[in-house]
Design a protein. Structure first.
Length: 128
């Protein structure tokens, strides 16, 4: 049962991260749009799976978890949230723009993910 749960969690992480990165690339880089979000999504899934296989062969499973969670998740979430907040403030009509409570919540989440990413990397390197 634990193996099924871990597989489901890993699949969810790969799917969610690939979707966020593909969406961010297509939304921010005009030339990326010609490849299509579907192609970018599957390319990112393939890169993440190949990277996971390569890291598994290295014999350092704790490092795999740290890299996947920090660089694959928290780092991209911080970028995604920052772009989402920026686009909502810039392009939404005035009645739909997020207020100060949303700005504080989004800013707090961005700050949390950035601190979490930097802290985990520094901790893993033995600096912090």
């Amino acid at each position: 049962m634990a193996c099924v749960n871990l597989f489901d969690t890993g699949t969810g992480i790969v799917d969610n991260t690939s979707r966020i990165v593909a969406d961010t690339l297509v939304s921010t880089i005009p030339r990326a749009e010609r490849y299509g979000m579907s192609r970018l999504y599957w390319l990112l899934v393939a890169v993440m799976v190949a990277g996971g296989v390569a890291l598994t062969r290295s014999g350092r499973p704790l490092w795999i978890v740290a890299v996947t969670v920090v660089l694959g998740g928290a780092f991209w979430y911080s970028i995604h949230l920052a772009l989402l907040w920026y686009w909502n403030r810039r392009y939404l009509p005035e009645p739909y723009k997020p207020g100060w409570i949303s700005a504080v919540g989004c800013g707090s989440a961005i700050l949390f993910f950035i601190i979490f990413t930097i802290g985990t990397i520094l901790n893993y390197l033995g600096i912090w």
